[in-house]
Design a protein around this ligand. Structure first.
Ligand SMILES: [Zn+2]
Length: 283
């Protein structure tokens, strides 16, 4: 068996720590080669760090967020960070979505090709990304899903994508936020009197809710919870101390962030369902 390798494909700095910081920390600690690809530098995100003047910081947000991400991956022990080099498209519906340099407008083959270069170099058995709605519908997350799926299925095809040695990853995962866990969060939010970021229009469930029966893989990342929290906090412009992400942790304790969930979208190896290891069937 060749070296175990995990490739995580994300849209913006902070997505990796929130959705799978514990996963990255765990596999890095186990000696798996871990590679994080981030499509954009999140340059149109919010600036919530109170030590920054938003007006002054906005023009240099790309480099601020790049630094934050570099700190986070250091904490998590990630082997390599790769920026795909696109610009943040902004939330759905903004005129910026149509600007030609943003990720949403990227030529699909060109973007898939950039990711395939990474796939062929780091030869992951396991790839992770978001599901078909991009988790919650941000254009960059939807596009991240598309190009990650494209690279997963086409990295072997050296005719269509020349350059480098053919590689076929074995397992493809989508990060998931199961409905039942959202319900737990909802209860905790009510008990703690926190602002409810989940429900839209009353009781309707949030767009990122995934049916529990789609969830195949659950990782208890308790031993790495400190690293995950530290990595989240490294994204100071996005996750300040008074942010919802930290408040919910104070309200719920470890259970807020010590589990990470996935839907196994594709596997060419036999693996159990449920499973507690992304590399199940591969070692
Ligand atoms: Zn994002």
């Amino acid at each position: 068996m060749s070296e175990l390798s995990l490739l995580a494909v994300h849209a913006h700095p902070d997505d990796e720590s929130i959705t799978m910081g514990g996963t990255l920390a765990r596999y890095s600690a186990e000696g798996v080669r871990t590679t994080l690809v981030t499509a954009t530098r999140g340059e149109v995100g919010e600036i919530l760090d109170k030590e920054l003047d938003p007006k002054e910081a906005a023009p240099r947000l790309a480099s601020i967020r790049e630094q934050e991400l570099r700190s986070a991956v250091k904490i998590l022990g990630v082997s390599e960070l790769v920026f795909l080099g696109y610009e943040d498209s902004g939330m759905a519906g903004l005129p910026r979505n149509r600007d030609k340099q943003v990720f949403w407008q990227a030529d699909e083959d060109e973007a898939v090709g950039r990711l395939i270069e990474v796939v062929r170099r780091v030869r992951p058995q396991v790839m992770t990304t978001y599901n078909e709605v991009g988790g919650y519908g941000h254009p960059d997350h939807i596009n991240t899903h598309r190009i990650a799926v494209g690279a997963f299925y086409s990295a072997h095809d050296t005719k269509r994508f020349p350059g480098g040695e053919s590689w076929r990853p074995s397992k493809l995962y989508y990060s998931a936020f199961p409905r039942s866990v959202i319900a737990e969060f909802g209860e905790a939010i009510k008990r703690a009197g926190l602002a409810d970021r989940f429900s839209r229009d009353g009781d309707e469930e949030p767009p990122f809710a995934v049916a529990d029966d789609r969830v195949t893989t659950r990782l208890d990342i308790s031993p790495y919870l400190d690293k995950k929290l530290a990595a989240m906090r490294a994204h100071r412009t996005q996750i300040p101390e008074d942010s919802w992400f930290i408040e919910i942790y104070k309200a719920m304790g470890p259970t807020a962030w010590n589990r990470e969930y996935y839907e196994r979208a594709r596997s060419s190896v036999e693996a159990p369902t449920p499973e507690d290891d992304l590399f199940a069937g591969l070692r």
